[in-house]
Design a protein around this ligand. Structure first.
Ligand code: SAH
Ligand code: SF4
Ligand code: F3S
Length: 477
């Protein structure tokens, strides 16, 4: 990468073009650094889901390649917010923090403030920032994150706010540097976008149509990651079960998993998110036979009411969902099951809500992400009548939390006394003579150990369940 000729003819090829701008930015940063007599720092903040987290690793990869030193504090020379708009409070958090950034920028005239991600795909958001947040230097969306160096260079060479938002994937440049948060585990995009249009959800509008990557590209990426020390991958897509349907040679998600399983040196495979409407028997079969696929299924139910599920456009019923759970449990008896639930979807009655509580009790989730319905402009549900009053929703939300906690408490100690394989992630926050890791069921365990265990797989006997996590002791090999 370092030996690209700095001609002033901008290359046409997308990858070459970005490498060209990376070199341009590098020279600019080196210059400014010398002038200021200190390194330039950058701070990236991720809002939202695993997709965004993975995008942020790519963005940070470009920034560090350019010469920025990553720091935790927002008192940095470049602050980049990778935003989420799935619920309104994700938006509000960004606006809330922008005011603070403006204060920091007044003290540091070299500071660059950049916004990207899902919020930027909404025209009203971009308009608002253009009008009321003039100090924001760069805005780009979800489809062109690979252009960061080019946009940054444009900002340095012209005075104006730089805005570059695409409305669909025109091209994907995957080969740029990335900077992983963890050396030993990584997300891997297997598909982009979503075609499901659940009636409450904004993701299809801000992430575009579903597009699967070629299996061989995915395999090559994972092989490279494994060579670089990765033990665990998380295959990412908004609905991984529809992976591969539109490829020129169609491939199923179950088939992809079998190929990934064959990669030497890869120890663990996770995936997010399977949609209940098309979770196949083949997939359950492949999971139950696999040595690498983790013992955890995150299966968002959203609601237990078949009537609401229809209005949500989820394409399954309560009965179908519960049958699916039974099938999964019959093939993987000690699987850990988690879910997402929305409370207060328009028109939700007390009876609908009780159906949701019933599913929580029957499916016996280890944990659940619970959300209050948030009206997203442009989605079909936003125009529905009978929005549920706030106090009713709050009351249901609290009752749901109680039920989720009750259920998870009643089953949480079921692994006590067993020996489980743990991927060690970090030194314990509270006691430096302990380390923390994850079992294949995604549950955390803390046990005595030193930091050299980080990134390794060890067998741990679970001595005590403490609610959502376990304490344990390393078994002698
Ligand atoms: N593709 C994934 C979900 C991605 S969004 C799936 O279909 O399962 C993550 C979660 O956010 C969803 O599962 C849903 O529970 C929640 N969510 C999405 N839109 C929402 C909204 N408008 N209000 C409240 N929660 C929402
Ligand atoms: Fe949203 Fe539904 Fe797509 Fe998930 S499957 S991202 S909830 S539209
Ligand atoms: Fe949020 Fe975008 Fe993910 S809206 S949940 S960051 S796809």
């Amino acid at each position: 990468m370092g030996n690209i000729a700095l001609t002033d003819v901008i290359p046409q090829d997308s990858l070459e073009r970005q490498l060209y701008f990376i070199e341009k930015c590098k020279a600019y940063v080196a210059d400014l650094q010398e002038k200021l007599g200190r390194p330039l720092t950058c701070c990236t903040q991720t809002f939202g889901c695993q997709m965004n987290a993975r995008d942020s690793e790519k963005l940070l990869g470009i920034l560090t390649e350019i010469g920025y030193v990553p720091v935790e504090t927002e008192e940095a020379d470049l602050v980049l917010y990778n935003t989420c708009t799935v619920r309104e409070n994700a938006n509000l958090r960004v606006y809330g923090r922008l005011g603070h950034l403006n204060g920091l920028k007044k003290k540091n005239p070299h500071m660059i403030i950049a916004l990207c991600g899902c919020m930027m795909q909404e025209t009203q958001v971009v308009e608002k920032i253009k009008q009321s947040y003039r100090f924001v230097d760069i805005m780009f969306g979800t489809f062109n994150i690979f252009k960061l160096a080019e946009l940054l260079y444009s900002r340095w060479t012209q005075e104006d706010q730089i805005i570059d938002i695409w409305d669909s994937t025109k091209e994907v440049v995957e080969e740029l540097p990335t900077m992983r948060k963890y050396p030993f585990k990584s997300g891997v995009n297997i598909m982009y976008g979503c075609n499901n249009f659940c009636s409450y959800c904004i993701v299809p509008y801000v992430r575009g149509r579903e597009k699967s990557r070629e299996p061989k590209e995915i395999i090559m990426e994972i092989e490279r990651l494994v060579k670089d020390g990765v033990k665990e991958v998380m295959l990412l897509g908004q609905n991984v079960n529809s992976y591969g349907k539109n490829l020129s040679v169609p491939v199923t998600f179950a088939e992809l998993l079998q190929e990934v399983e064959k990669i030497d040196g890869l120890e663990r495979i996770r995936f997010m998110t399977p949609h209940p409407k098309d979770l196949s028997d083949d997939l359950i079969d492949v999971m139950s036979k696999s040595k690498k696929i983790c013992n955890h299924v995150h299966l968002p139910v959203q609601s237990g009411s078949s009537r609401l599920l229809k209005l949500m456009n989820r394409n399954y019923t309560k009965e179908h969902y519960l049958e699916l759970v039974d099938k999964i449990r019959s093939k993987m008896p000690d699987v850990s099951l988690t879910t997402d639930i929305i409370v207060g979807f328009p028109g939700e009655t007390e009876e609908d809500f009780e159906e949701t509580l019933d599913v929580v009790r029957k499916a016996k989730y280890d944990s659940a992400y619970t959300f209050i319905y948030s009206k997203r402009t442009g989605t079909p549900a936003a125009a529905m009548e009978n929005q549920v009053p706030e106090d009713v929703v709050k009351n249901r939300f609290n009752r749901l939390l109680e039920t989720v906690n009750e259920v998870s408490r009643s089953i949480s100690n079921r692994y006590e006394g067993t020996v489980q394989q743990v991927l060690v992630e970090d030194v314990d926050d509270h006691d430096a003579s302990y380390v923390t890791g994850r079992m294949t069921n995604n549950i955390l365990v803390h046990f005595p150990g030193s930091k050299d265990l980080i990134g390794t797989l060890v067998n741990v006997r679970l001595t005590e369940c403490r609610g959502f996590y376990y304490m344990g002791e390393q078994e002698n090999a």
